[in-house]
Design a protein around this ligand. Structure first.
Ligand code: AMP
Length: 137
């Protein structure tokens, strides 16, 4: 079954378009975490950042940066969160790669950062570095 973003891209479902070119679409999120919360996605279907080709990734993040800059310049945002969830375990609910651009206006609007666990001293940090670098292409 087609995901909701594929259906929006194909014009089957309406959306509030913020930006569009041949490869990238940006729309307002239907549930606005803050005023202007926007989703930037490739028109081609990739499930998450994990399987998106780099050339497409760069185009999506280029648009995300430009939208973030516009939020600061035009909406009066004092900061911006730019984030993506990859896979259900990380909170991804729509399996079509997208980047959230969330303007921030004031303290206490809620946090988007995972609360840091205090694991100091409990992890073998050099081993973690070795494993991650081994897995990078
Ligand atoms: P995520 O949980 O990272 O996969 O984010 C999916 C986002 O898509 C959520 O913030 C939803 O509010 C948003 N969303 C779902 N359906 C629509 C839709 N039809 N139009 C705009 N945003 C949507």
């Amino acid at each position: 079954m087609k995901d909701v973003f594929c259906r929006i891209i194909e014009g089957e479902i309406p959306s509030n378009k913020v930006y569009e070119d041949d490869d990238v679409l940006a729309i307002l999120d239907i549930s606005q975490a803050t005023r202007g919360h926007t989703l930037v996605m490739p028109k081609a279907h990739y499930e998450s950042i994990l399987d998106t080709p780099k050339a497409i990734l760069h185009k999506v993040y280029d648009v995300a940066q430009r939208i973030a800059q516009a939020m600061v310049a035009e909406l009066g945002a004092k900061g911006v969160n730019i984030l993506t969830n990859a896979k259900e375990m990380a909170g991804q609910t729509v399996p079509h790669f997208h980047v959230h651009v969330i303007p921030r206006y004031m303290a206490g609007e809620g946090g988007f950062m995972i609360e840091m666990k205090n694991n100091e001293g409990k992890e073998d940090l050099p081993l973690l570095v070795a494993k991650i670098t081994h897995g990078m292409d």
